[in-house]
Design a protein around this ligand. Structure first.
Ligand code: AHM
Ligand code: MG
Length: 336
């Protein structure tokens, strides 16, 4: 039988997005084009990350190697690739990257209607030891056709049209939501295509894992401290939760999405707004969590209801399984 060795009907990410778009007769394929450029960036970064040790791509930006060639740090290189891919798509208007202090306003001749916020290589402190790292992105639409201003990207997260991340791990996995559920695609290196491998991801309603940098416990506020204590010493007869913390948001969130549980980057006395950035870390991950049936909470409100005032603003974040986030919400509510 030549039967099942090869699957012959491959749902590539492009095919998936085209299918989605055909449900909207007014769409003209702009989103597909934009997404294809993001996917190109992810493939480039994946290939660079895999070669990082070999190609001596690691090193300080501007440092020269033995051959006297300029070396770029992988996060700087990744940023350049994404910015160029996004601008050349002709579908973007404003770009906000973790790597650039200022937003990029695309020149009028190359302008489109989308705004993209992204962290080209999150968790880059993990590169040298081979731990999974990732790219995170969110996509907004310009409100109407007017001269673009920074306010076009300072929108609440619930206005995002799409969000996703790509994890450069034991395999390269792209998780995407265009607002109707969450799907995971794995890069087939021999084809250079992302293939749908995790259709319609739903996060378990309750999980058995909590994920937090417990080294900061000394400086936590009351509710966070109480919650983590409950994870370790539950009083309702349930088993304690396991602790898993990679220190790479994409990897920690990916595990949380698939296995359930909760990921926390709370406020502490030293960083009252936590560490993670609202636009390109907190919002895209919160969007994915909600789309997968989970929740995302800042300690005060639904994360996607935040309205950032600055492009690099930070916020505390608690996200994951519905029931687990419900518990931390109750602890913060009791505090008020
Ligand atoms: P980065 O954007 O400088 O790479 O920092 C973000 C990373 C996240 O991936 C991760 O969740 C967090 O920092 C870990 O922080 P900490 O080392 O304080 O636990
Ligand atoms: Mg980051």
């Amino acid at each position: 039988h030549e039967a099942d060795a090869y699957r012959t009907d491959l749902m590539t990410i492009t095919r998936y997005v085209l299918n989605e778009q055909s449900k909207h007769p007014e769409s003209r394929g702009d989103f597909t084009i934009l997404l294809n450029h993001i996917v190109l960036g992810c493939k480039f970064v994946c290939s660079a990350v895999n070669k990082a040790g070999l190609a001596k791509l690691i090193g300080l930006a501007g440092e020269t190697n033995i051959q006297g060639e300029e070396q770029k740090k992988l996060d700087v290189l990744s940023n350049e690739v994404f910015v160029k891919a996004l601008v050349s798509s002709g579908r973007t208007c404003i770009l906000v990257s973790e790597e650039d202090e200022e937003a990029t306003f695309v020149e009028p001749s190359k302008r489109g209607k989308y705004c993209v916020v992204f962290d080209p290589l999150d968790g880059s402190s993990n590169i040298d030891c081979g731990v999974s790292i990732g790219t995170i992105f969110g996509i907004y639409m310009m409100k109407d056709s007017h001269e673009p201003t920074i306010d076009d990207v300072l929108q609440p997260g619930r206005n995002m049209l799409a969000a996703g991340y790509c994890m450069y791990g034991s395999s390269c996995t792209l998780v995407l939501s265009t607002g109707s559920g969450v799907n995971g695609f794995t890069l087939d290196p021999s084809l250079g295509e992302f293939i749908l491998t995790h259709p319609n991801i739903k996060i378990p309603k309750k999980g058995k894992i909590y994920s937090v940098n417990e080294g900061n416990a000394k400086n936590w506020d009351g509710p966070t401290g109480k919650y983590v204590e409950k994870c370790k010493f539950p009083k309702d007869g349930s088993s304690p939760k396991s602790l898993r913390y990679i220190g790479s948001m994409v990897a920690d969130v990916h595990r949380t999405l698939l296995y359930g549980g909760i990921f926390l980057y709370p406020a502490d006395k030293k960083s009252p707004n936590g560490k993670l950035r609202v636009l390109y870390e907190v919002f895209p991950m919160s969007f994915l969590m909600e789309q997968a049936g989970g929740q995302a909470f800042t300690g005060k409100q639904r994360a996607l209801d935040l309205v950032p005032k600055k492009i690099h603003e930070r916020s505390p974040i608690f996200l994951g399984s519905y029931d687990d986030v419900e518990e931390i919400k109750a602890l913060y509510a009791a505090e008020e």
